[in-house]
Design a protein around this ligand. Sequence first.
Ligand SMILES: CC(C)(COP(=O)(O)OP(=O)(O)OC[C@H]1O[C@@H](n2cnc3c(N)ncnc32)[C@H](O)[C@@H]1OP(=O)(O)O)[C@@H](O)C(=O)NCCC(=O)NCCS
Length: 244
Amino acid sequence: MPEFLKKALARGLTPGNVASWCTLEAMRRFGVLVGTLRLRAKAKLFGVKLGAGCTAHGPVGLMRWPGSAIVIGRGCSFISSWRRATAAAIGHPVRLRTFAPGARIEIGDGCQFTGASITCRSTAIAFGRNVLVGPGAVVTDSDFHKAWPVETRAVAPGMEADRPVSIGDGAWIGMHAIVLKGVAIGEGAVIGAGSVVTRDVPAFAVACGSPARVVSRRDAQGRRLDREGRQEADAHEPHACPHA
Ligand SMILES: CC(C)(COP(=O)(O)OP(=O)(O)OC[C@H]1O[C@@H](n2cnc3c(N)ncnc32)[C@H](O)[C@@H]1OP(=O)(O)O)[C@@H](O)C(=O)NCCC(=O)NCCS
């Protein structure tokens, strides 16, 4: 008996497991094929620049205002389907939207968006390379209404308060986080699930809560640093999730 079959049997290979795995795999491949074709067609239709090797699972909302730009780097992945998402929190498709002439969404190579919503009204939202954005996360450069005076709140756009947002290489925005106008998130930083980011977050920091505060600082390898930026004495090596 071949070695791989022995191993499979040892791991509980049954006809039910085989059928289940084949079905899931077929659904995954079909979902990516259809989603990617749709994404490419939409990108052409809406004038979105899409890099080579980008994939989508499920629909991706693209709306580019005339005179604005959405530029997506190479090898990005857009996940809008709960069949593909690892988290149970996916509530809507990935959406990328510009709202006024001159607005610009720029996405670096290798980014991954899962059910996230990016709305750039009039300035710029820039993602570096390999940024991860989790389910339900919202990133925006605008409040969309001028708060005062109350009488005109519903109709006054308050465009003058819009501010650009930048998210550094390798940053990770957790599920249902909200990144508000004018924020710069540093390289490799982590934003905790459900956080509301109102101020800049330094590189390799973990920021959580509402408003998001830095709860720990790391070096590029994930080793914990103290307040002065030195490696903590009892810092232990981070261990990788076996399913990552
Ligand atoms: C941000 C995160 C990765 C940090 O994990 P961690 O390094 O193990 O964090 P810790 O457990 O050391 O937490 C440090 C402190 O921050 C707090 N904290 C962690 N995550 C938080 C969050 N999302 N909101 C508020 N506070 C949070 C902890 O309670 C702790 O506070 P304490 O020191 O007062 O006890 C994790 O908390 C998180 O949010 N995971 C969700 C990731 C996600 O969204 N995945 C979806 C797929 S993309």
